[in-house]
Ligand binder design. Structure first.
Ligand SMILES: Cc1ncc(C[n+]2csc(CCOP(=O)(O)OP(=O)(O)O)c2C)c(N)n1
Length: 192
């Protein structure tokens, strides 16, 4: 599975849903490829575009008890991990989809992706186990690798805090984006 299939699948969210988009690739992917079938509320933290405070802000969005989704990369997730405490304590209906590509996927799109120091300075993999984080905060945890599984989770009602981990690699993420862009270019060339 890939980040783009998350955007594709969440387009089926029911109209009562709310969606919070993390900075880095998530907000860009959804801006370019998200095409919701229902009218849903979408929020994000732009401004200085920090990856800090994301879980806390999404938890604030879930304060109204509506079914709320957060899509986030692994680094932004770790950065604000203790935001999960507030969601746990209040039993907000928050589902967090962590796109775990073990580091900052966005940097693979930049020229320095070829540099010898790339992993240490930009990739910054943390090798942390998200199921253990879910366990710490009593969140329901799912690790999924098929779009059908995400499809089912999107449609079924739930209570409380859920964490859905989708594992990817940064190189696969880059390839998927290049392929999707190529398809868009071909379609546009065909239509013009
Ligand atoms: C507080 C803060 N620190 C550092 C950065 C620089 N930065 C921008 S994107 C990014 C990587 C984010 O990685 P991840 O959350 O896993 O998302 P992905 O790039 O894989 O989509 C970093 C470190 C930032 N924007 N904000």
């Amino acid at each position: 599975m890939s980040a783009l299939s998350i955007a594709d699948e969440l387009s089926n969210l029911p109209s009562s849903s709310q969606l919070f988009l993390a900075n880095s690739m998530t907000v860009r992917d959804f801006e370019q490829y998200f095409n919701p079938t229902n009218s849903i509320k979408i929020m994000g933290n732009r401004g200085a575009n920090g990856i800090d405070g994301t879980i806390s802000t999404a938890t604030g969005m879930a304060f109204n008890r509506k079914p709320t989704w957060l899509v986030i990369g692994d680094l932004a997730f770790y950065h604000d991990m203790n935001g999960l405490l507030l969601a746990k304590q209040n039993q907000f209906n928050l589902t967090i989809i962590v796109n775990n590509n073990d580091g900052g996927g966005i940097f693979s799109f930049l020229p320095q992706a070829e540099a010898p120091y790339f992993e240490t300075m930009f990739g910054t993999p943390q090798h942390l186990a998200i199921d253990k984080v879910a366990n710490l905060y009593d969140a329901e945890y799912f690790k999924i690798n098929k779009i059908d599984e995400l499809h089912k989770l999107c449609l079924q009602p739930w209570q409380g805090l859920r964490i859905i981990e989708i594992q990817d690699t940064r190189s696969h993420n880059l390839t998927i984006h290049q392929q999707r862009l190529q398809k868009v270019k071909e379609r546009l060339a065909h239509e013009n």
